[in-house]
Design a protein around this ligand. Structure first.
Ligand SMILES: CC(C)(COP(=O)(O)OP(=O)(O)OC[C@H]1O[C@@H](n2cnc3c(N)ncnc32)[C@H](O)[C@@H]1OP(=O)(O)O)[C@@H](O)C(=O)NCCC(=O)NCCS
Length: 194
């Protein structure tokens, strides 16, 4: 680990870039079932991730990937959604922004936790090239835990990509068909499409 005391200016605290966006859910955000579209929430998450990442990086940032997003509770029209973002992890040019989304019924003040997700953002320079981001100063046990969890997720993701690359070229169709028995699909491949 580099010693931050050598060049502390190259490091920023989690607090420095912590960002919250709050937005009222209006009827035009709703789907046919009257609940808020998942895409509206994803768009808000992307915005808050951008602001948080750009503040930390001091540069323009792009979304490289989004970890699984599970919507735990539906969001209703008239609720106030707050998205709280902070930098959990930094690599060389990438950083992981953790986002906690809550939704408040403004009449009853009941608050629901709708989801927590992780966005990997990459800082870019004027030439559109990835550029180094400042390191992260971890000031609490929670921040250390989040950094380590994000680092592990990154390693696991890389391992699973490598494993998928290893197995895919040799994938045996007969084995696939065997594994698909019991799944809710039927195989109707015409001879020419084999
Ligand atoms: C994401 C992107 C910057 C990666 O560019 P690249 O030339 O492959 O860059 P590199 O391989 O040097 O990787 C740069 C960093 O991004 C990370 N990265 C690249 N692809 C990634 C992915 N799919 N998920 C997570 N991190 C990723 C790398 O791990 C690396 O991180 P590090 O420097 O902290 O180690 C590039 O593919 C891009 O600009 N994509 C489009 C982004 C965009 O438009 N987003 C909006 C979508 S609508």
């Amino acid at each position: 680990m580099p010693d931050p005391s050598e060049n502390i200016k190259a490091y920023k605290s989690v607090h420095f870039s912590r960002t919250t966006i709050t937005e009222l859910m209006i009827p035009s955000y709703a789907n046919f079932g009257g609940k808020i579209h998942g895409g509206i929430l994803l768009s808000l998450m992307d915005k808050v991730a951008y602001v948080c990442a750009a503040k930390h990086a001091g540069n323009y940032c792009v979304t490289a990937s989004i970890d699984t997003v599970n919507f735990l509770e539906p969001v209703e029209v008239g609720e106030l959604v707050s998205l709280m973002a902070s930098v959990n992890y930094v690599g060389k040019t990438s950083l992981v922004v953790g986002i906690r989304v809550i939704s408040e019924n403004v009449k009853t003040n009941v608050i629901k936790h709708t989801n927590t997700s992780y966005f990997t953002m990459v800082a870019k320079n004027e030439q559109n090239q990835p550029v180094e981001v400042p390191g992260l100063i971890l000031e609490t046990q929670e921040q250390i835990r989040r950094f380590e969890e994000a680092r592990r997720r990154k390693v696991e993701k890389q391992n699973s990509i490598n494993n998928a690359r290893k197995t895919n070229p040799d994938m045996d169709l007969d084995e696939c068909k065997q594994n698909l028995k019991g799944e809710r699909c039927v195989i109707q491949v015409k001879k020419a499409q084999k």
